[in-house]
Design a protein around this ligand. Structure first.
Ligand code: MG
Length: 440
């Protein structure tokens, strides 16, 4: 394998259901299939469509079109009063179908799912096979009208962009070696996080096209956005991942494995958030072992919804894409590399005990659990099976691993407290909350 091929890997799949609400209606009502169909929140002429089938889209009708205009463009359009609970049920069925093929790491919205690829799955031919198998699983398990566009890319940001590049039933891969050239033909508004207001702001600063944006260096991007958001975007558009400070982290080695979840309204309490975090951890630990990795640190992120009064008191409050005004908290724990659920659970509990409990932290609505500092099992075994008497060789192996994965990865066992005294075995680090990924 040459170096270029080795680094031309995908990291994420972004699955976006096409015309989701309208497709569910066509699945439930075979007589709507092949017909221009619109979904409305109430059956009134003054309202707007919240979804349109592809047959309606072909006539120029789309989400946001007023019922009066839709009827003018297509007098025979079928209009259906949408049922959110039905769409939520279909969303769950789709997640279950996708998980027959690959675990779902994030569900950014009711009709979007993100899978994190690991190991051999990251090789483009395998990623493509997985994507096609996902499309087939949705068709077989949920219904033939439910089509999706899948984006394959080195990071989540580009995977979302790729999922939007071909509709319906698309499959687009953005290879690291072809970036950012392969996205240069897009409009600025095609980039997640650039809405009408941001676009106007960029235009005012002389940036109107993707080639103009891509011509900027990292400092130029920082100045353009006047925040670390610009630094992040600079690297994301080039296929790299970034830390919280916007600096790139190498993406040729698998570094982390994350799962996140937006809580259903009935789970928006500290107890509900814990039960979800617990489930996410089990899922991540299972995947860690399945893909043959050890983890040496665990990070937790919680986002809390703020009331209007609380928002007024917190000047830096941000808005989640769901419209919720939020504040966040995050923490990272480092520990001896492990892959068993019990040790990882201890680390999660240790973090959780330190979560804030003030009035503004009463309504958690988002939980993320990420296993970091991953070490391939094969490299761990090199160390574990080392001859016990040969300390030099052991140290050399440890140094090699520490150099490669960061200096906190491994220590001599004697430097660590006893295995069952979990609270001191785990070192905790407060980490800044990762804002800037709310659009995902
Ligand atoms: Mg969609």
């Amino acid at each position: 394998m040459d170096a270029d091929f080795q680094s031309d890997l995908f990291g994420f799949l972004h699955i976006d259901l096409n015309s989701f609400f309208a497709s569910v209606e066509q699945q439930l009502h075979p007589e709507y299939r092949g017909q221009p169909t619109g979904v409305v929140p109430t059956l009134a002429d003054t309202t707007c469509l919240i979804a349109a089938s592809y047959e309606a889209k072909a006539l120029g009708i789309k989400t946001g079109t007023r019922v009066l205009d839709a009827r003018r463009l297509c007098p025979g359009i079928i209009l259906v009063n949408g049922s959110h609970s039905q769409y939520a049920e279909y969303s769950h069925k789709i997640v279950a179908a996708v998980e027959r093929v690959c675990p779902v790491a994030h569900t950014p919205s009711i009709d979007e799912m993100v899978c994190q690829l690991m190991g051999r799955e990251r090789q483009p031919p395998n990623a493509r096979r997985i994507s096609l198998a996902i499309k087939q699983a949705i068709k077989d398990d949920v219904g033939e009208t439910l089509r999706c566009s899948i984006g394959m890319a080195p990071n989540r940001y580009l995977a979302k962009i790729a999922s939007d590049m071909q509709k319906p039933d698309g499959l687009i891969g953005l290879l690291p070696s072809q970036l950012p050239r392969s996205i240069a033909h897009l409009e600025l508004r095609d980039l997640p996080g650039i809405g009408a207001r941001t676009e106007a702001r960029l235009n005012a600063k002389g940036i109107r096209t993707m080639p103009e944006l891509l011509a900027l260096d990292r400092a130029g991007m920082h100045n353009l956005f006047d925040s670390v958001w610009g630094d992040r975007m600079y690297h994301w558009l080039r296929g790299e991942d970034t830390g919280d400070d916007g600096a790139p982290v190498p993406s040729d080695v698998q570094k982390s494995l994350g799962h996140s979840h937006v809580l259903a309204p009935e789970h928006r309490s500290p107890e509900g958030a814990w039960s979800v975090a617990h489930k996410l951890l089990h899922k991540a630990a299972m995947r860690l072992r399945m893909e043959k990795f050890f983890a040496a640190s665990l990070a937790v992120t919680i986002k809390y919804a703020l009331s209007r009064e609380q928002t007024a008191l917190i000047p830096k409050a941000k808005k989640h894409l769901s419209g919720i005004t939020q504040t966040g908290w995050g923490m990272e724990a480092r520990f001896r590399p492990c892959q068993d659920t019990l040790s990882l659970l201890e680390a999660l509990q240790g973090c959780w005990r330190q979560a804030p409990s003030a009035a503004e932290h009463a309504k958690p609505f988002f939980v993320g659990v990420t296993l970091r500092n991953l070490i391939p099992e094969a490299e761990m075994q090199t160390m574990l099976f080392e001859e016990p008497g040969n300390r030099n060789q052991l140290s050399a192996t440890m140094d090699k691993l520490n150099l490669k994965y960061g200096h906190t990865t491994l220590h001599f066992a004697g430097m660590l407290p006893a295995r069952d005294s979990a609270p001191t075995r785990i070192a905790f680090t407060q980490i800044p909350v990762q804002y800037g990924t709310e659009y995902m």
